[in-house]
Design a protein around this ligand. Sequence first.
Ligand SMILES: Nc1nc2c(ncn2[C@@H]2O[C@H](COP(=O)(O)OP(=O)(O)OP(=O)(O)O)[C@@H](O)[C@H]2O)c(=O)[nH]1
Length: 383
Amino acid sequence: MPVYVYVIVAVVILALLGFVLLRGPKAPPGGYESTRDADDPIPGGSGDGEPGAGSGTGSGTDAGTAVDEGPRIERPESVNTRMARLRGRLAKSSSVFGRGLLALLSRDRIDQDVWDEIEETLLLADLGSEASMDLVEALQQRVKVEGTSDPARVKAMLREELLKLVDPAMDRSLAVDRKEIAPAVVLVVGVNGVGKTTTVGKLARVLVAEDKDVVLGAADTFRAAAADQLQTWGNRVGVVTVRSENEGADPASVAFDAVQAGIEGESDVVLLDTAGRLQNKAGLMDQLGKIKRVVSKAAEVDEVLLVIDATTGQNGMVQAKVFSEAVDVTGIVLTKLDGTAKGGIVVAIQRALGVPVKLIGLGEGPDDLAPFDAEQFVDALLD
Ligand SMILES: Nc1nc2c(ncn2[C@@H]2O[C@H](COP(=O)(O)OP(=O)(O)OP(=O)(O)O)[C@@H](O)[C@H]2O)c(=O)[nH]1
């Protein structure tokens, strides 16, 4: 056989081999079945790709669902079990004060010395001098008029008077419902170390447990670790954190980016964490004023929550006044109530600012944040 025949046969065999190898395995009819749902978060994905968006892991509605790949997303504690657990904790921390009062009021004879001791107990619980005097006067009057020393009756009177001071009529609802075309915007302010970032993280969990779609904004650009801390909270429940990688970046611009991300992602609520380290009131006013102004170009700020550490007593009161002069505070978050028997600060702060306590922090655990309820609070004091 001539040589050229061998060459032609070899070329044909090589061409067939190449075709088979390059084509790869054949897909089954209809293609492969996917194990992912359309709305599963992208494993290791970087949020929704918004400018400045951090490495959030998807939307809040994914919380609690099993994800095959990517970071594990926690299911926040349900509202009911959280409340049952936290009621017990509140009673444990506050009842020292309540029990002291009840012991004094159960004496056979309540003379002026006993009333003075009662007032002292109230002052020690940070109720404030005006409220302490008002309470003692009201009780003194009622005990005299009714001529009773029955402990059960006196306890009922104390409960009623304390409740009046805590004021159950105040509106303690949180503005966290999506508006017609924009998410609700919540600005969280307060001095450093009071628990702002922790509160934003805990609040995100509460909202995720209520099936809300949440975006976090790390407008505390003072230290990079604050943004990392916030992002960790967000990642745990599959919530996107918008942040800047530059320490000292403009907080107003990060806040704006977060709200913009919330608008484009059609989220329910954007929670903005801010820095607390400001030397003077002018600086504070400038910064918070600018954040509010800039954010308002995209969506109105619906709620300004001032975080106060319940263990700081009078200091906390002074801070509260400075902040309320810098920005219109709409609600107070009282943190670290688990670490103090001075529950009276609730009354003192509400009186000083005319703003309701809306949330209370009762521990360092991720689900240790509860809505404030005046009746439950007073009952916890007296149980
Ligand atoms: N026991 C207790 N600790 C709390 C509570 N809330 C916050 N903390 C703790 O308070 C400390 C400070 O909390 P952060 O959230 O970092 O405070 P911050 O106000 O954001 O601080 P800066 O970022 O420095 O401004 C942390 O150790 C929290 O765990 C609470 O309700 N109870």
